[in-house]
Design a protein around this ligand. Structure first.
Ligand SMILES: Cc1cc2nc3c(=O)[nH]c(=O)nc-3n(C[C@H](O)[C@H](O)[C@H](O)COP(=O)(O)OP(=O)(O)OC[C@H]3O[C@@H](n4cnc5c(N)ncnc54)[C@H](O)[C@@H]3O)c2cc1C
Length: 380
């Protein structure tokens, strides 16, 4: 078994990394985060490269690549922070719901437009009373003639406020069925009458942003039902697997930069007449950090590769998401320790990576939930 990248994959890694270094830059990522600005310029540049279509079929303007290539992109786009990469990633993995479950008419209507950047997608499952227990979601959608009438409240809908955003929203369409069975997915544009949003003030993800969504008799056209009526749970669980692999890739990308920044600092910063990187304790901290990032990367690409083979891999996906998010948090915590007081200052970025890392262990399903999935897959 070969665990490296092929020549084509290496070229793709270099292409996206060069794009981030030359076309985007660390300062831009820090600035939009500090100013809490959705990164429209970054998103548009990615669209221009054609990368929103990475996993979209050629018929709709995409390049129909695989999950490994998509993961390589996510890793590189997140090199200066998961936050900015999320704007692209959430749109790309949410659009996959249409690729997998949309009707021909829906694919025609949406997919080429997402590739061109005319629309973007997000995912809205979580509610105030339905977090880890997502199947308890209660936002109701009642069919009335040509429309669903939607009422309820969503929370933590990342990027949902951005221009021309369409939420893939989990809604309850039948209260008489068991909780996993009465759920459907609707495509809900964010500018419908009766829909309001409030941006949340969170520890991280301040550029891409995450929102509360209030729905008061929102009329969603019947043709915006994705998949079967009351068949939404299957769509949402499938979605979460793609999301978790993408998130793992982004966490690895950000974690690698945290290690690289800490190494550079340890070589430059002198105390007691020599660079702090010459103290054995610091050397070993850095060695351990790189070890854990490499392990997270291997778990992540294993999950991506098995997904590409079409083999069920819920355990491997949860392992990748869990380990990569906890690794980002760990290496950023250690990175701040190595950078001393400077590590706590926004201009050194490490404190931003630390925030991203903490939040990464919650969004996309908490670490506890991932351990629960792994244990279940082990027959426990
Ligand atoms: C930055 C960010 C972005 C997000 N973006 C989105 C998004 O775009 N769309 C979306 O739908 N959601 C999004 N979420 C929501 C996210 O998926 C939820 O926060 C997460 O699933 C946890 O739900 P909760 O916050 O309600 O916590 P709870 O479910 O209330 O959990 C609280 C604590 O209890 C633990 N716990 C709960 N149940 C169990 C159990 N069975 N066993 C062991 N421990 C348990 C949890 O691990 C956690 O520690 C986002 C969250 C964050 C932080």
């Amino acid at each position: 078994m070969y665990c490296g990248f092929t020549e084509e994959q290496e070229m793709w890694r270099k292409t996206v990394n060069d794009f981030m270094d030359k076309e985007v830059g660390r300062e831009y990522c820090r600035k939009v985060y500090q100013e809490r600005q959705y990164p429209y310029e970054f998103y548009d540049k990615v669209v221009k490269q054609g990368w929103l279509g990475l996993m979209i079929p050629e018929k709709y303007g995409g390049v129909e690549s695989d999950v490994v290539m998509y993961t390589i992109m996510n890793e590189a786009l997140a090199k200066f922070g998961v936050d900015i990469a999320t704007s692209v990633s959430v749109s790309a993995f949410s659009a996959m719901n249409i690729v997998h479950h949309g009707t021909e008419e829906q694919k025609d209507r949406y997919l080429s437009r997402v590739v061109k950047g005319e629309i973007r997608f997000s995912i809205s499952i979580t509610e105030p009373n339905a977090g880890s227990d997502a199947a308890s979601l209660a936002t109701s959608a009642r069919l009335d003639g040509d429309h669903f009438i939607v009422n309820g409240q969503k929370v933590f809908a990342s990027a949902a406020h951005a221009k021309n955003n369409i939420m893939c929203m989990g809604v309850r369409t039948d209260t008489s069925l068991p909780k996993h069975k009465g759920i459907s997915v609707l495509l809900v544009p964010n500018d419908l009458p009766g829909l309001e949003m409030r941006r949340l003030d969170t520890l991280a993800r301040r550029a891409t942003g995450t929102n509360e969504v209030f729905l008061d008799n929102v009329m969603v056209p019947k043709e915006n039902l994705l998949g079967e009526l009351n068949g939404g749970w299957k769509i949402l669980t499938g979605h979460l697997e793609i999301e978790r692999t993408a998130v793992a890739g982004m966490n690895v990308g950000n974690a690698q930069t945290a290690v690289d920044d800490a190494i550079r600092y340890a070589k430059e910063r002198e105390q007691f007449g020599r660079p702090i990187g010459q103290f054995q304790v610091i050397k070993h901290m850095l060695a351990q950090m790189q070890l854990e990032v490499d392990a997270a990367r291997l778990l992540t690409y294993r999950a991506a590769a098995i997904t590409d083979m079409g083999i069920p891999c819920r355990k491997e996906v949860s392992m990748a998401k869990l380990f990569a998010s906890e690794t980002l948090f760990k290496v950023a915590t250690q990175g701040m320790q190595i950078m001393g007081g400077y590590g706590t200052m926004p201009e050194y970025d490490m404190e931003r990576y630390f925030r991203e890392g903490k939040q990464a262990t919650i969004g996309g399903g908490t670490s506890q939930i991932q351990r629960g999935i792994i244990a279940r897959e082990l027959g426990l």
